[in-house]
Design a binder for this molecule. Structure first.
Ligand code: AMP
Length: 634
């Protein structure tokens, strides 16, 4: 056991943190190297073996087909991810096991067993059918993090409808764009969400959004505060729909390549891209990593602090934990509300064993200080995992010491992935030493490389380059919804590989460091925001002529948004104008996209071809030589 205070010494001496022996002994994946080798040398046999652990209505005729840049896994197979997430557990002894433990900010708790969850999903699935929702239809879900949100997702999947969850922190412009892009006839929402004890008026935002969208036939409303006084003509009551539906609704037989969901994420252009995942491969891949990377066992309690609005919430609150038959805790609202100790209180109270969280959250806890973790017994916490942005050594070290008891009971690791990959590709698995500042090594199934702009692999250790994926795994996304060219672009910019958009380097032992984005995508508190999206929102304000947006390093959030704006003739810079523009972005995109800083400029620097030079703005802002970052930014 490492004593408090020894940690500095340990880090300096070896630069590494060794996993506790107790973690290593019980780890599911004992030989990472062998599994990795197997997965890249014989990917088809490797994934076929995993797939056989799950239930299929009809097995596959062929495991993999690659018609570059598109591909298929488990061809000819029939399945439904909800069959594995729900039905399977009704007969394997899990029926009365807790599937979800849902916590409210107010301390309320609701527990859903697998049996009860299956019934509710079936009822709601029948309800959706009664509204005319059919296989292949798109349904937009604009719900707070809640069992009802997850039930809505599962019910869509159950009947073969494709869900598109819009994070409940987004606003009118984002919701509207996603409804239109998916041509969704049904939107599922709630009257309110709760955050920091306050109500977020989701229904108000939804009403404003669909007002002139005739394509939306029904708005299903989960009325948490009781029945609305004046429902709108298109409104359907969530609870009533559920109550009216029968508890029997056999899972629709889906082709393994049929779409499961669309999830929008920021790219380099103004409009977010609709990443499409499928039933079969996504189920197999996310399940594999849940078992082998998160290392969750039958008796464990797993807590994921993400939201159903993000890919982490899709894969690791809803789908993979259910497929694996785990017990998952999730909690609506802010992690430091109603008091800064609530994070630790939750671990203690529910005996959380494995966690999935984000560095920004750990940095917030670190600011509150160690007196909070010291008040609670955190000994149940075996494995604390993070993703979304680099886990900086300070936050890693602090969390290791105060949340993980310096290895006495727990351990902390990083992992890297993105909406497109559905699950993790890089990470430090339970048996590997942690190298602070490094995310870890390639995980089984992930064929990755670092290349230069011509696509030549960089073999020299610790030399930066573009992080690429060289072969698609089952849970890799299939296309950009409605825009296959945009999908193909990521595989054709450097022919032969998929560009992740990130810059990374790798050391001699195969440990990667993800340095940041190679494009104009920002990462604010672990959330991907396209500078082009924020710029489009700014220029849609009548007073704005042009706008450029950059990311500025921030201690807590990783990056904050700074906007440079030129105003139209006759408009004057003022504090009121700053406030008006920030409010406009909030209304268009939502609070997370609001620039923390906004500066007016008479003109914006441009290239000869008229492209705004964000790179130069950033270099000026940070006081660095613009030449230093040319290799990192397009
Ligand atoms: P998203 O698609 O919203 O999940 O965002 C994915 C992006 O977040 C990646 O392309 C990276 O830029 C960043 N990211 C995710 N996890 C990590 C990590 N562990 N370390 C560094 N960057 C990360």
């Amino acid at each position: 056991m490492v004593q408090q205070g020894q940690i500095d010494h340990l880090l300096q001496e070896t630069g590494q943190i060794l996993p506790p022996a107790s973690l290593v002994q019980q780890a599911y994946l004992q030989d990472h190297d062998a599994a990795y080798k197997d997965s890249v040398e014989n990917p088809e046999a490797f994934w076929e073996k995993v797939a056989k652990e799950l239930d299929w209505f009809k097995p596959w005729d062929q495991v993999f087909e690659w018609t570059y840049p598109t591909f298929k896994w488990f061809l000819g197979a029939k399945c439904n991810i909800t069959y594995n997430a729900l039905d399977r557990h009704l007969t394997n002894g899990n029926k009365n096991k807790a599937a979800f433990i849902f916590l409210g900010e107010d301390g309320s708790e609701r527990v859903f067993t697998y049996g009860r969850l299956a019934q509710m999903v079936n009822r709601f699935a029948n309800g959706l059918k009664s509204l005319g929702v059919k296989k292949g239809d798109r349904v937009v879900i604009y719900m707070p993090l809640s069992p009802e949100g997850a039930i809505a997702m599962l019910a869509c999947a159950r009947i073969g409808a494709v869900h598109s969850v819009v994070y409940a922190g987004f606003s009118v412009g984002s919701l509207r764009g996603r409804i239109l892009d998916a041509q969704a006839k049904v939107v599922i929402t709630a009257d309110v969400g709760y955050r920091r004890g306050k109500e977020v008026d989701l229904k108000g935002i939804c009403d404003q959004t669909v007002e002139d969208l005739d394509l939306v036939e029904h708005v299903v409303v989960w009325s948490r505060k009781g029945p609305p006084e004046t429902p709108r003509p298109r409104d359907v009551d969530f609870d009533q729909l559920m109550a009216d539906g029968s508890i029997d609704c056999p899972a629709e037989e889906m082709d393994s390549e049929d779409p499961l969901y669309i999830l929008y994420t920021s790219g380099t252009t103004g409009s977010p891209k609709g990443v499409l995942h499928v039933h079969g491969g996504y189920m197999v891949g996310t399940y594999y990593h849940f078992k082998t990377f998160w290392d969750v066992k039958d008796d464990d309690v797993f807590w994921c602090t993400s939201d159903i609005g993000w890919v982490v919430g899709h894969s690791y609150i809803v789908y993979a934990p259910l497929v694996a038959g785990a017990t998952t805790v999730f909690r609506e609202g802010a992690i430091d509300y109603p008091h800064p100790g609530v994070f630790y209180e939750t671990i203690e109270k529910y005996g959380v064993n494995v966690m999935f969280t984000a560095p920004t959250l750990l940095r917030m806890l670190m600011r509150y200080g160690e007196e909070y973790p010291k008040k609670y017994n955190l000994k149940s916490l075996r494995f604390l995992t993070c993703a979304g942005e680099p886990l900086n050594p300070e936050a890693l070290k602090w969390s290791y010491e105060f949340i993980c008891g310096s290895g006495e009971w727990g351990h902390i690791v990083d992992n890297w992935w993105q909406t497109e990959t559905g699950g993790p590709c890089l990470g430090t698995s339970a048996t590997m030493p942690v190298k602070p500042g490094r995310v870890g090594r390639a995980l089984p199934g992930a064929s990755l490389d670092i290349v230069d702009r011509e696509g030549v692999p960089i073999t020299e250790p610790d030399k930066g380059g573009l992080l690429v994926i060289t072969k698609p795994f089952p849970h890799f996304y299939r296309t950009v919804y409605g825009d296959p060219e945009r999908y193909a672009q990521d595989w054709n910019t450097i022919p032969g590989v998929y560009l992740t958009g990130d810059v990374a380097l790798r050391d001699a032992e195969g440990y990667y460091m993800v340095v940041g984005r190679a494009d104009d995508v920002l990462n604010v508190a672990g959330h991907r925001i396209g500078s082009a999206e924020v710029e489009s929102a700014l220029v849609s304000h009548a007073a704005v002529a042009e706008a450029a947006v950059i990311g500025k390093p921030d201690e807590l959030r990783g990056e904050i948004i700074k906007a440079f704006v030129t105003l139209r003739m006759g408009q004057e810079p003022s504090d009121e104008m700053v406030a008006a523009l920030k409010l406009h972005v909030r209304e268009e995109l939502g609070p997370i996209a609001v620039p923390a800083e906004l500066e007016f400029m008479p003109v914006l620097p441009k290239t000869r071809s008229g492209k705004i030079m964000r790179r130069l703005l950033k270099a000026n802002e940070l006081g660095i030589d613009p030449g230093d970052i040319t290799t990192l930014e397009e």
